[in-house]
Design a binder for this molecule. Structure first.
Ligand SMILES: NC(=O)c1ccc[n+]([C@@H]2O[C@H](COP(=O)([O-])OP(=O)(O)OC[C@H]3O[C@@H](n4cnc5c(N)ncnc54)[C@H](OP(=O)(O)O)[C@@H]3O)[C@@H](O)[C@H]2O)c1
Length: 338
């Protein structure tokens, strides 16, 4: 059944991939962006152009999504919401104003607008496994999407770095949402999705140099395949972006009696990155385009939700994700083995 979905974060890795899948599935989409420039990037992207979606794609430009009523008009006639539009920390971000505050204020503003919109039936919010793992996860204690870390009260005056602000914001966001549901008793149902690191092809990336700094979590894979070392460890848990997009749409279509939250994070060993690249692209390795590098891992013990039934297929492997990213890098370099 075709529906009208509002998707936030469509200028990002996860949101854009969901946008493409939603349009391929025949749905109408209201895609929110912060600027006309981002609207142009989405409309003119080859992955969108080739779908000839016409009036099924509306792009709502909302410069500040943190303010009350920001989503009111964009939600007109919308039945489903998928909210991925939230800061993913980069080292240059100011932790409070660019990570913590927008994370909690955008979802609050969105839920308040949804409460005023009788057509909304279902809301899906992209969180992260860090919401369940907290700041100092133990590799021996298993956590899942139902694990809750108490929010810090009061909120610290400052944060050590953008990643700390991100983790504490994700924790605060889910507690705020649970309080909202309890107190407001909304007419829609809501699920959170907690992914591990998301890897895979990103159609928004059109130049090789964008793959190192503008490609969300895919940035982290690059040192492992072009030599060098990622300067910090990352959680050893991942999901392929294609699976994550299908999971978001599948969870959005569930009825309200379904379990609420879903964690998607397969254990991964980053020391295999170069092996996967070498197997798929031996000529590029021989030519020195790819070199073995290091991506330090932070071991975690996360129980994923079984999603095979929802997807109707196996989850994609880490090898597929690495080969997708490496293949896109070669395309963007214009590299030709002939
Ligand atoms: N990538 C991962 O490994 C991963 C893992 C777990 C969870 N997640 C979650 O998945 C979601 C999407 O992540 P992603 O990988 O797609 O990140 P991304 O590529 O950095 O995209 C982030 C999206 O959010 C928007 N955004 C960021 N800050 C905003 C703000 N202050 N106001 C309005 N919009 C803002 C961005 O818009 P602009 O283009 O205008 O900046 C962009 O559309 C996030 O909630 C993230 O926490 C991601």
């Amino acid at each position: 059944m075709a529906i009208k979905i509002l998707i936030t974060g469509t200028s990002g890795l996860v949101g854009f991939r969901i946008l493409v899948s939603a349009l391929v599935d025949g749905h109408s989409v209201v895609a929110t962006v912060r600027s006309r420039e981002k609207e142009g990037l989405i409309r003119n992207n080859p992955a969108i152009q080739k779908l000839s979606v016409g009036a099924r794609l509306i792009i709502a430009v909302i410069p500040d999504m943190t303010i009350d009523g920001a989503f009111d008009s964009a939600l007109e006639g919308v039945s489903h919401i998928i909210h991925t539009g939230s800061p993913v920390p980069v080292p240059t971000f100011e932790p409070r104003s660019q990570v913590y505050e927008p994370t909690i204020r955008i979802s609050s503003s969105l839920l308040t607008s949804a409460l005023k919109t009788p057509t909304v039936r279902r809301v899906v919010i992209t969180s992260s496994i860090v919401t369940n793992l907290g700041l100092n996860p133990s590799p021996t204690v298993a956590v899942s999407s139902s694990t809750r870390i108490p929010p810090l009260d009061p909120v610290p005056a400052s944060f050590a770095n953008p990643m700390e602000a991100y983790i504490l914001a994700k924790i605060a966001e889910i507690h705020n949402t649970e309080r909202f549901i309890k107190t407001q008793k909304p007419h829609f149902s809501l699920s959170y999705i907690m992914p591990g690191h998301v890897f895979g092809r990103n159609e928004l990336i059109t130049k090789a140099d964008m793959m190192f700094g503008q490609n969300s979590s895919n940035n982290f894979l690059m040192p492992g395949m072009i030599g060098g070392e990622l300067p910090f460890p990352i959680h050893g848990a991942f999901v392929h972006v294609d699976d994550l997009a299908d999971i978001h749409l599948g969870v959005a279509m569930m009825d309200s009696s379904s379990p609420r939250d879903f964690g998607i994070a397969c254990t991964v060993d980053y020391s295999t990155i170069f092996d996967h690249v070498e197997k798929a692209f031996p000529e590029a390795v021989s030519a020195g385009v790819f070199k073995r590098g290091t991506v330090p891992v932070l071991p975690v013990n996360y129980s994923s939700t079984e999603m095979g039934e929802l997807l109707g297929r196996e989850l994609k492997s880490f090898e597929e994700a690495v080969v997708d990213v490496a293949g896109q890098y070669l395309e963007n370099l214009g590299w030709n083995s002939a």
